[in-house]
Design a protein around this ligand. Structure first.
Ligand SMILES: Cc1cc2nc3c(=O)[nH]c(=O)nc-3n(C[C@H](O)[C@H](O)[C@H](O)COP(=O)(O)OP(=O)(O)OC[C@H]3O[C@@H](n4cnc5c(N)ncnc54)[C@H](O)[C@@H]3O)c2cc1C
Length: 312
């Protein structure tokens, strides 16, 4: 069994960011990553870019919005404001090299159990033991459609690698936040018609909270499609999707039925990847893990931390 003080699960920005700090403290740690560094970013469709702009603001004491540790800047390295997933993945690899971060790839954590003084992790590469566990497995690899019955008759937006390859010319997009607006924009650019179904008016939120309101980057795209003949918006909440012969029906909470010839696209976001430690999590009413506000530690176990990074 391999033993270390801290195990970080997941080599994405959250896991590598924490590791870069531990590296500077001398505390022994290891990252366990099921595939390679930055896997989630390498899985992004080619067209997808970072939404927050990168700028090398380090010289005047501010971090690049997309950097995960001091003295690095994706904007400086790539001379670009909006990196693709592949480029951001390369940035993560360069941070790992720069800080000499210790980790083991192709190691999938399959089960976590609480021990008297720490945690035991079962992986496809054997057992590991640690006192402190940092669970940084992100969301991108766990598309959320569970609140819609019959979601198997839809495609999740993250699995569409290229809008051009979608057969059909008239699409329903469920969800009008970042991913929904972006996919609608791309479909219209590819001469397709789009109806976006969203519970609220998309540009009618008076808040500066970026987890609720469209980023300026996506808002610019929204302004372009909003006035297009090819774009339609429906206010409503989709509760179920069913297949009717060669077409599909979406049932809304107010009992409205919307029919479409093509598989609906669910741009309904993501949920945390927590399967291997599901039994250890205390949940909030909205289904997210309940964490201590200052430390991101679980409310039930003080040595279990779930760092989260802004997600779309
Ligand atoms: C199109 C798009 C644009 C975005 N733009 C921005 C932006 O501009 N700015 C921004 O801040 N955020 C943006 N995000 C969100 C950002 O990508 C995520 O918030 C970020 O990736 C979360 O980082 P993470 O380290 O928590 O998770 P991830 O990057 O998903 O990393 C988790 C890692 O854990 C590994 N893993 C999972 N399960 C296991 C297991 N059982 N054992 C071992 N390893 C495991 C995975 O392989 C993965 O490498 C965007 C997302 C999308 C989809």
């Amino acid at each position: 069994m391999t033993v270390s003080s801290v195990i970080i699960v997941g080599a994405g920005p959250a896991g590598i960011g924490v590791a870069s700090l531990l590296e500077q403290t001398g505390i022994d740690y290891v990252i366990l990553e099921k595939k390679v560094i930055g896997t989630s970013f390498l899985k992004w469709p080619k067209r997808m870019e970072m939404i927050t702009p990168s700028f090398p603001s380090n010289a005047f004491g501010q971090m690049d919005l997309n950097s995960i540790c001091e003295s690095t800047s994706p904007g400086f390295s790539f001379k670009k404001e909006h990196l693709t997933g592949k480029e951001y993945g390369e940035y993560l690899v360069s941070v790992v090299d720069y800080f000499n971060i210790k980790g083991q790839t192709n190691t999938e954590v399959q089960k976590v159990t609480k021990q008297k003084e720490g945690w035991r992790l079962e992986t496809n590469q054997g057992s590991f033991y640690c006192k402190y566990l940092i669970w940084a497995t992100g969301e991108f690899q766990n598309p959320k459609t569970s609140n819609i019955l019959g979601s198997k008759y839809s495609i999740h937006s993250s699995s569409i690698k290229d809008c051009k390859s979608l057969k059909g010319d008239d699409f329903i997009v469920v969800g009008g936040y970042e991913s929904g607006v972006q996919i609608a924009y791309e479909l219209i650019e590819n001469n397709k018609k789009v109806t976006v179904i969203n519970p609220d008016k998309i540009d009618d939120k008076y808040t500066s909270d970026p987890s609720k309101v469209l980023s300026p980057y996506t808002h610019e795209k929204y302004q372009k499609i909003k006035s297009s003949q090819a774009y339609k918006e429906v206010l409503g909440e989709v509760t179920s999707i069913s297949e009717k012969g060669s077409s599909y029906e979406l049932l809304l909470a107010d009992n409205t039925i919307i029919k479409t010839q093509n598989k609906p696209i669910c741009a309904t976001g993501f949920s945390l990847v927590i399967k291997p430690l599901e039994q250890l999590i205390t949940y909030r009413k909205d289904g997210s893990p309940k964490l201590q506000e200052q430390s991101d530690e679980s409310v039930s176990y003080t040595h279990l931390t779930l760092p989260t990074i802004y997600s779309v």
